[in-house]
Write a protein that binds this ligand. Structure first.
Ligand SMILES: [Zn+2]
Ligand SMILES: [Zn+2]
Length: 241
């Protein structure tokens, strides 16, 4: 009875609100029913290697996408994403990235945890966020990927390493480029400080959105060069063209 009363008191003082639209929540959870129903989660079938969604037409017995079937070289063991990148997920992520809605990290990391289930099953030793260049970090005050990694570390109990992977060159934001230019823009911008710390380790890279994958790929190549055992990646959302 007393517990109920306190719960009521607490709720009346601090109503819990939907992380996306701000509406007061009457039930457990982080999002209201409407905002939750708007999000498009990536469910199976998807490529068992890179996580790209497979449609009924291109689903095959190997459960691989065309790119993975053709054995295109990739530095990744597995890649997974929680959501399709669309208007709904975009708003959730942009608010997190630019409007200081850092409390959303908790919710987004919960999605990462679910999406990365296969990756955690294979084993992860260290979680590493995609780093920002220090000049952009000063401007934006926080690295959204680092916040996601921190929360994911709490959920999974796995160590987060914020300093070993370094973005040593300043680049223009990837949104300003397309296709091949994106690959060029991030070429050789990442390096590993103190590679000894990561030798033989299984790394999970964390980022907010996977677009063409060129940033994550450059990170993975730098890590591989430093002698890690494997690299996986998980993102909140993924552009599926
Ligand atoms: Zn809502
Ligand atoms: Zn694939």
């Amino acid at each position: 009875m007393i517990k109920q009363f306190f719960k009521f008191l607490l709720e009346s003082v601090l109503p819990r609100r939907c992380r996306k639209c701000g509406q007061i929540l009457t039930e457990e959870g982080e999002l209201c029913e409407h905002c939750l129903s708007e999000l498009n989660f990536i469910y199976p079938p998807y490529c068992r290697k890179c996580g790209y969604p497979l449609t009924n037409e291109n689903v095959n017995s190997k459960m691989l996408c065309a790119s993975c079937l053709s054995k295109k070289r990739t530095p990744f063991r597995l890649i997974r994403s929680a959501l399709y990148y669309d208007e709904a997920s975009k708003n959730l992520i942009l608010a997190f990235k630019f409007m200081d809605k850092t409390e959303n990290a908790h919710l987004l990391a919960a999605m990462l945890k679910v999406a990365a289930e296969d990756i955690f099953a294979k084993g992860v030793d260290v979680i590493i966020p995609v780093p920002l260049h220090y000049s952009r970090l000063l401007k934006r005050k926080y690295n959204q990927s680092a916040l996601l990694a921190k929360e994911l570390g709490k959920y999974s109990g796995i160590k987060v390493d914020y300093t070993s992977l370094v973005r040593h060159k300043k680049t223009k934001p990837q949104v300003e480029f397309s296709g091949h230019e994106r690959i060029k823009n991030v070429k050789d911008v990442f390096s590993v400080a103190h590679p000894g710390n990561l030798v033989g380790k299984r790394i999970l890279l964390v980022d907010d959105v996977l677009t063409t994958g060129s940033t994550l790929k450059e990170c993975a190549l730098a890590l591989k060069k430093a002698g890690v055992l494997s690299v996986d990646a998980v993102t909140v959302a993924r552009v599926c063209g």
